[in-house]
Design a protein around this ligand. Structure first.
Ligand SMILES: NC(=O)c1ccc[n+]([C@@H]2O[C@H](COP(=O)([O-])OP(=O)(O)OC[C@H]3O[C@@H](n4cnc5c(N)ncnc54)[C@H](OP(=O)(O)O)[C@@H]3O)[C@@H](O)[C@H]2O)c1
Length: 314
């Protein structure tokens, strides 16, 4: 039996730049910390500068020589995404690892600064725009990886292009979360196809953390059943350090490659060390993926330049 993949297996990251969205909390925090421990320069992309500073202090307490850079990013505001990308590009011409981790889950209906349904807008469109705006440094970096953090919840989702953001009603917190996480996977696989067609030396992978004890459930506290089940959380869920392993493996395992999806190896992919896991058929629908790409470009106004051109004949 092979031994489980752990953070000790992360190869030395000296000279590499990693960008982690939502690096101040939960899985993103652990991801940033372990990459810093392995000597990556880590850009922590967070929406709250105070939380970002506290998180950086906490990482430095554990990893005193951590190379960290803090840049504000609110994925629920395209102006912020553009400002972030401009700031990043001013001082970086390479990006080895883009970890699209930040997310919100099962929020009541709401909209982003640009009027998008907020789970779809934050979890998918914000990261779609961010990745597109950073595509030049990604393509300029041999072996660059984009890792999108999805969820087993993608199985609850479906894409309805006629009511993509529940313009005609039918919003449900769980189904909207599922749609946003399915979109993360459709985006991953389409990005990977476009990397290949363009002959790019970059890879797109996905990961999910199973059931991990983080702040993600903050919007569920309004449900009595969730409050009552709180004492069981530690029993059902794994630690954020364990939950970060699928992301870390997708990002750094030399044997991993584009199009793979990592999740916990335990029962129902809820806990455990990371392995390659399947995603559902809907996530592999190439027509939906292409259409979602076009819709996402139209909604965000962000285009992918060389990756769009390469698809015309592809
Ligand atoms: N925990 C689980 O069991 C689980 C299961 C499946 C998938 N996931 C996925 O794992 C990822 C990380 O979640 P987590 O469990 O670590 O939750 P978390 O502790 O709540 O962390 C989420 C992070 O995303 C950030 N964020 C939220 N909205 C943002 C925005 N508009 N702009 C920038 N950053 C924003 C949060 O910032 P603030 O601190 O400022 O709010 C926080 O840093 C998510 O994509 C989630 O869908 C988690």
């Amino acid at each position: 039996m092979t031994s489980p993949w752990t953070a000790d297996d992360i190869p030395d990251q000296t000279g590499r730049t990693a960008l982690v969205t939502g690096a101040n909390s939960g899985i993103g925090f652990e991801t940033a910390k372990e990459l810093a421990r392995k000597k990556a320069h880590v850009v922590m992309a967070c929406r709250d500068p105070h939380k970002a500073r506290s998180a950086a202090d906490a990482i430095r307490a554990d990893v005193p020589d951590a190379s960290l850079e803090l840049i504000d990013l609110d994925l629920a505001d395209l102006a912020s995404v553009r400002t972030f990308a401009g700031t990043f590009r001013e001082s970086h011409d390479r990006l080895d690892l883009l970890i699209n981790n930040a997310g919100i889950m099962m929020t009541p209906y709401g909209t982003t600064a640009d009027g998008f349904e907020q789970q779809f807008g934050t979890n998918h469109l914000g990261h779609f725009a961010l990745t597109g705006l950073l595509i030049d440094p990604i393509l300029a970096t041999p072996g660059a990886r984009v890792v999108n953090v999805s969820s087993g919840g993608h199985r609850m989702g479906s894409i309805d292009f006629d009511n993509l953001q529940y313009e005609d009603g039918g919003y449900g917190p769980a189904r909207a979360y599922g749609r946003s996480k399915l979109a993360n996977l459709l985006f991953t696989y389409e990005l990977q196809r476009r990397f290949r067609r363009a002959g790019a030396r970059a890879e797109a992978l996905a990961a999910h953390p199973g059931s991990t004890d983080t702040d993600l459930g903050r919007h569920l506290e309004r449900y009595r059943a969730v409050r009552l089940a709180r004492p069981l959380t530690g029993w059902i869920s794994q630690s954020a350090a364990m939950g970060a392993l699928p992301t870390l493996r997708a990002a750094t395992d030399p044997d991993a490659f584009g199009g793979q999806y990592f999740g916990p190896a335990g029962r129902m992919e809820q806990r455990g060390y990371p392995k390659i896991v399947p995603s559902n058929d809907a996530s592999h629908d190439a027509d939906d993926a292409r259409r979602l790409w076009d819709v996402s470009e139209a909604l965000t106004g962000v285009s992918y330049g060389p990756l769009d051109t390469a698809t015309v004949d592809g």
